[in-house]
Design a binder for this molecule. Structure first.
Ligand code: SAM
Length: 338
């Protein structure tokens, strides 16, 4: 049941989940995310201050948003991130704060972020092979991410998920290894179908590993087991992942799939995205956005609420990722927060 004044879009979907990009900067340059020539970056003075982000989240919480995910860019490159988490923690009605990171700085930040109040963590990990990892991230250091994951495991998050963008001919042969790695450490592996962002400039055409192919790759791990639907347990957050389990003896072999391309989930979309500069995007797959920074800076919460409702009213029934380069999104995830 939606609360009074809740955020309900023209398709009657209830929005209770907000992704907040805290920076458009990233210390990695993943080939599927950042165009080779780089992405436009906004000046530091254009970024929302932590107090401004918290003020906006407070308005969203008053409209029924219960979960927030901090993302980017790479959120851990923004100095003092735990202070933002502390501000968000104090907002009444917010049940959960999650964070998405590439893990490069996690050995330093896992414990302070957990202490500040981050409940759950998603760590991107596209390969366990240092060379593939370096190539895909354009310079990333696998050893640092693994050290970061160790620190995260010790910090006591409610759930740690490993996110892998699955690309044929690049890392599709690693589905088994990534599952084994995650399961051995109590993490939940998740595989994401590659989306054609940035007008298709980052897309490995024809290389999207589909949800069905991902399930088959996991099933091949154990011919006596079966892939069955699963509720996700503690791994289930506010996002669009579907969860599965490979049956058999021993610890639960749970995994998740985020399938925007072959089994899209637009009908159950429950989220909005706030960019680091205060632009509110109703859909990752469309470029239009409504500015919240200007109304926020007038100091009038009613104007902010009106702008949020304007964005919600424009929320489309679905994305247009099938229109690669001829109508799909021109923005990159690094710019608005994936
Ligand atoms: N830097 C953080 C991280 O690595 O998780 C947060 C931002 S990143 C944009 C969020 C997630 O989006 C990552 O898991 C990343 O792999 C994924 N992503 C980026 N571009 C994508 C694309 N074109 N298709 C599918 N997933 C993508």
């Amino acid at each position: 049941m939606a609360a009074d004044g809740a955020l309900i879009d023209p398709q009657a979907r209830v929005v209770d989940y907000l992704r907040v990009s805290v920076t458009d900067r990233c210390n990695y340059r993943c080939t599927y995310c950042v165009p080779a020539e780089g992405a436009d970056r906004r000046g530091r003075d254009e970024l929302l201050a932590f107090e401004e982000i918290a003020a906006l989240v407070r308005v969203f919480a008053g409209l029924g948003v219960r979960r927030v995910r901090l993302t980017g860019g790479e959120p851990t490159v923004r100095p003092g991130l735990p202070a933002l988490v502390g501000l968000l923690r104090a907002i009444p009605g917010l049940d959960e704060i999650a964070l998405s990171t590439n893990g490069h700085l996690l050995d330093r930040w896992a414990a302070p972020l957990r202490v500040a109040g981050v409940d759950r963590l998603n760590v991107s990990l596209d390969s366990l092979d240092p060379r593939t990892f370096r190539a895909l991230t354009r310079g990333g250091d696998l050893a640092r991410v693994l050290a970061g994951l160790e620190a995260a495991a010790e910090a006591g998050f409610r759930a740690i998920k490993i996110n892998t963008v699955a690309i044929k001919g690049v890392n599709d042969g690693e589905v088994a290894a990534l599952c084994g790695f995650a399961w051995a450490r109590g993490f939940v592996p998740r595989f994401i179908e590659e989306m054609p962002m940035a007008a298709g400039r980052t897309y490995h055409a024809g290389s999207c590993l589909s949800a069905a192919e991902i399930r088959a790759a996991v099933a091949a791990l154990d011919p006596s087991g079966q892939v069955v639907e699963d509720d996700g347990g503690a791994a289930r957050g506010g996002g669009p992942a579907r969860y599965f389990r490979l049956t058999g003896t021993g610890p639960a072999r749970r995994f998740g799939i985020i399938s925007p391309m072959t089994e899209h989930f637009c009908a159950s979309c429950n989220r909005l995205r706030l960019s680091a500069t205060g632009a509110l995007h109703a859909c990752l797959g469309h470029d239009d956005a409504v500015d919240l920074r200007a109304p926020l800076r007038t100091g009038d919460p009613a104007a902010v609420r009106a702008a949020i409702r304007q964005a919600l009213a424009g929320k489309r029934p679905g994305h247009t990722f099938d229109l690669i380069g001829i109508g799909g999104p021109r923005k990159a995830m690094v710019q608005i927060g994936g």
